[in-house]
Ligand binder design. Sequence first.
Ligand SMILES: Cc1cc2nc3c(=O)[nH]c(=O)nc-3n(C[C@H](O)[C@H](O)[C@H](O)COP(=O)(O)OP(=O)(O)OC[C@H]3O[C@@H](n4cnc5c(N)ncnc54)[C@H](O)[C@@H]3O)c2cc1C
Length: 373
Amino acid sequence: MRVKKKVHEKIVVETANMDGHAGQSVSIWMATAALPTFSALTKSEHADVCIVGAGIVGLTTAYLLARAGKSVVVLDDGPIASGETERTTAHLCTTLDDRYFELERLHGAKGAQLAAQSHAAAIDEIERIVLEEKIDCDFERLDGYLFVPPGESPDLLERELAAAHRVGLNDVRMVAHSPLVSFDTGPTLHFPRQAQFHPLKYLAALARAIIRNGGHIYTQTHATKIAGGNPARIETQDGLAVTAEAVVVATNTPVNDLLAMHTKQSAYRTFAIGAIVPAGSISKGLYWDTLYPYHYIRLQALPAEPSSPTPSDLLIVGGEDHKTGQANDAEMRYSRLEEWARTRFHVLISSRCSPPRLGRCIAPPCAMVGPSS
Ligand SMILES: Cc1cc2nc3c(=O)[nH]c(=O)nc-3n(C[C@H](O)[C@H](O)[C@H](O)COP(=O)(O)OP(=O)(O)OC[C@H]3O[C@@H](n4cnc5c(N)ncnc54)[C@H](O)[C@@H]3O)c2cc1C
């Protein structure tokens, strides 16, 4: 249970802008998906379960409960998926932010195994839902590659390989280099059967399925007070209330308890840029280096446009994270990220403002967060 929770312990915490989104930038996902819209709560309601937060955690919870026959009410103070989820780079992987040998040190053998199992199970579950609901969301299985920066010893990869096998990821292998041809990654850990998807196309379908299964979603509805108990009671900014047998606070970091979790987390800002490249010119995969902060890379097929009929991919490169409040040099970080991408992939960055751009995150100090988040 604890491990599952850790997967999602990062959050965009920018003050919501006027239209309820948690930031000013427009991600590639926001630009290429139409999300269903919902209205605000206008009368008090009762449900088996009330879920506060309509990001990937809240909507997944609501979908699974609705499918299990429970009545659900979802509340979000923006549009759906308008928090961190709309700015993720959506690598679905068992390659975690922190190395498995580090997780073993922090959480013991069992804890590290649970981390691996829960991440693998989460990917399987998304795949199962995609197939069951026939969701067209660019979901695909693909391989992940972890490599060290130039000149650095691959010893860390050897240690991680041994730890990956100990936690049950027996198909992880060391390969001579990744499939990237524009630069040599050197010895690389190969993680098979990772995945990527278009998170907003996925969540649009999930939201529709929730409604089809009898659930209710209300947006522009801010939960001002959340009290557990029987019944649980969630009060909103308009003086309305939802009562429920259970409440799930899926606001990424809990808004009902500002002490227990928040004292164990740190806020981070991360940066991502996009470069349009000819489709297929860069080998599809999920890629990470082991720098601190590390770089994370993936590709996303772009929809064909009349103005550019040649199919293209968006090369997404992220990194340059820093603790929020401890740096104020975003332009320099974007420049470094661009330089890093340019020298390795020989690409022109499409636009400094091109999506996806940045998110501000909260990370736990004890590792176990999903990659590139
Ligand atoms: C640039 C970037 C790259 C990332 N890459 C990856 C990756 O490759 N792989 C990965 O696994 N993770 C990644 N992450 C992390 C991942 O995006 C998040 O862990 C995930 O989206 C969090 O989902 P969530 O549902 O918990 O939170 P959110 O998506 O933030 O949803 C929480 C929702 O709660 C709502 N809310 C908050 N307070 C209230 C309230 N009081 N009343 C009503 N509603 C409220 C918000 O409006 C929001 O919609 C990345 C993050 C960023 C920023």
